[in-house]
Design a protein around this ligand. Structure first.
Ligand SMILES: NC(=O)C1=CN([C@@H]2O[C@H](COP(=O)(O)OP(=O)(O)OC[C@H]3O[C@@H](n4cnc5c(N)ncnc54)[C@H](O)[C@@H]3O)[C@@H](O)[C@H]2O)C=CC1
Ligand SMILES: CC(C)CCC[C@@H](C)[C@H]1CC[C@H]2[C@@H]3[C@H](O)CC4=CC(=O)CC[C@]4(C)[C@H]3CC[C@]12C
Length: 369
């Protein structure tokens, strides 16, 4: 009896487990995965908070490693039952070179897949992105779309290009025979813009607002909807997908799922104000203060300055032609595919998600009021 209970304990590996999303996945697994026997947290930069987790009932193994190094990945994957591959280089600001983004996001994913095949790991959940679909370079709206909504996905920027290719690799690997002869089962989750505790861009906006005396200035029309999803729900979706992959392999294998919850459809800036407003900031203007052509000009100027200054200094402001296009194009999802395929229901209501995020912004900036 004790033996069979022991046999059910599983080894999970989370790549990128010290990132914004990764930390939530790690904590969620520890709270909500009863079959967890060992949790391996693989990241280039390990967080000090991991230490506190090592005193709990589940064995937590911190592995400092680089997904671009195939041998490091293979060593971490060996003996794992499930891999949640969330490590990635999230850069739409031109901080890293296109080659580095490709190396981490594409070659890193290839290394994870090959490690599963070589070592006999059968279940792989990949954190993809809405960016795999769009917004496209033509600015076509994707309005409350689902996984089957036709959309002309055209990528030029290195980040969405890399995520699209990596997702394709993961889905294509579904069914490959792993060591021991059984098939690999994979699926990809596509979050829209994630928010919640640990969201650095939210904190940057808050700090910028404070510097401007408590004011932020509207740049994007309120009518442009941008999809957002709470990090706790994204983490929960990963945990559930990983858990159900074995039982529902035929249904879930090779599938993609948008990440969704009850977060309201709003513009990027109006959505941020749901948190920054209660922290004392105000968004000025019912309409954008600057004409769109001027924003396009400023974004292009930033891109030019980035290029000119690159030999001397890294100039990577939030506004560039790509981020402007993403923020200024409607992209929202409306789907229940994850609910139908693996029983996903958001764990956190919109009210909970909002409260948790507000408390984090206040605490993180030392501005609790
Ligand atoms: N933040 C967002 O709004 C969205 C993020 N995503 C995806 O979610 C995943 C996680 O993103 P975030 O948590 O936001 O980013 P993050 O930058 O906070 O986390 C990524 C983690 O991956 C690690 N990492 C990066 N390069 C690595 C390497 N070569 N080897 C090992 N570890 C490496 C980083 O150290 C970091 O801890 C990424 O794959 C991203 O593409 C998808 C949709 C939206
Ligand atoms: C006034 C400016 C134009 C406002 C700039 C806001 C931008 C920095 C952000 C607007 C939309 C964000 C992206 C979006 O949420 C989708 C994403 C998915 C990912 O997989 C990674 C992050 C991101 C590209 C996200 C990045 C910041 C924005 C471009």
């Amino acid at each position: 009896m004790a033996d069979s209970a022991q046999a059910q304990k599983l080894v999970y590996l989370v790549t990128g487990g010290c990132g914004f999303l990764g930390e939530h996945v790690v904590r969620m697994l520890l709270q909500r995965e009863p079959r967890l026997g060992e949790l391996r947290v693989f990241d280039r930069h390990l967080g000090p908070w991991l230490e506190e987790l090592k005193t709990g009932p589940v064995r937590v193994t911190a592995i400092q490693g680089d997904v671009t190094q195939a041998h490091e990945v293979a060593a971490a994957v060996a003996g794992a039952h499930v891999v949640i591959h969330t490590a990635g280089l999230v850069d739409v600001f031109g901080r890293a070179s296109p080659e580095t983004i490709h190396e981490v996001n594409v070659q890193g994913t290839r290394n994870v897949i090959e490690a599963c095949v070589q070592t006999g790991t059968r279940f792989l959940v990949y954190t993809s992105s809405m960016e795999v679909v769009g917004p496209n370079t033509k600015g076509h709206p994707f309005y409350r779309g689902n996984e089957d909504t036709p959309y002309e996905a055209v990528h030029r920027h290195p980040y969405p290009c890399s995520k699209a290719l990596a997702e394709w690799l993961v889905l294509e690997a579904n069914g490959r025979k792993v060591r021991g002869g059984l098939p690999l089962v994979t699926c990809a989750l596509r979050p829209t813009g994630i928010y919640g505790e640990g969201h650095q861009i939210m904190r940057d906006f808050y700090r910028q607002g404070l510097r401007l005396g408590g004011w932020l200035f509207r740049a994007i029309p309120a009518s442009v909807e941008h999809g957002r999803v709470y990090v706790g729900n994204v983490a929960w979706m990963h945990v559930l997908a990983a858990r159900e992959l074995e039982q529902r392999a035929a249904l879930m294998g090779g599938q993609v799922y948008f990440c969704y919850d009850g977060s309201p459809y709003k513009s990027y800036e109006d959505f941020n104000m749901e948190f920054l407003g209660p922290c004392g900031l105000r968004l000025v203007g019912a309409r954008p203060l600057l004409p769109y052509w001027l924003l396009v000009f400023l974004a292009a100027l930033n891109a030019l300055l980035q290029w000119l200054l690159r030999p001397l200094v890294l100039y990577a402001p939030l506004l560039n032609p790509y981020t402007l296009a993403v923020a200024n194009t409607t992209f929202t999802v409306s789907t229940d595919k994850a609910q139908r395929h693996f029983g996903y229901e958001p764990m956190f209501s919109w009210e909970d998600s909002r409260t948790r995020t507000i408390l984090w912004v206040q605490a993180a900036t030392g501005s609790a009021q």
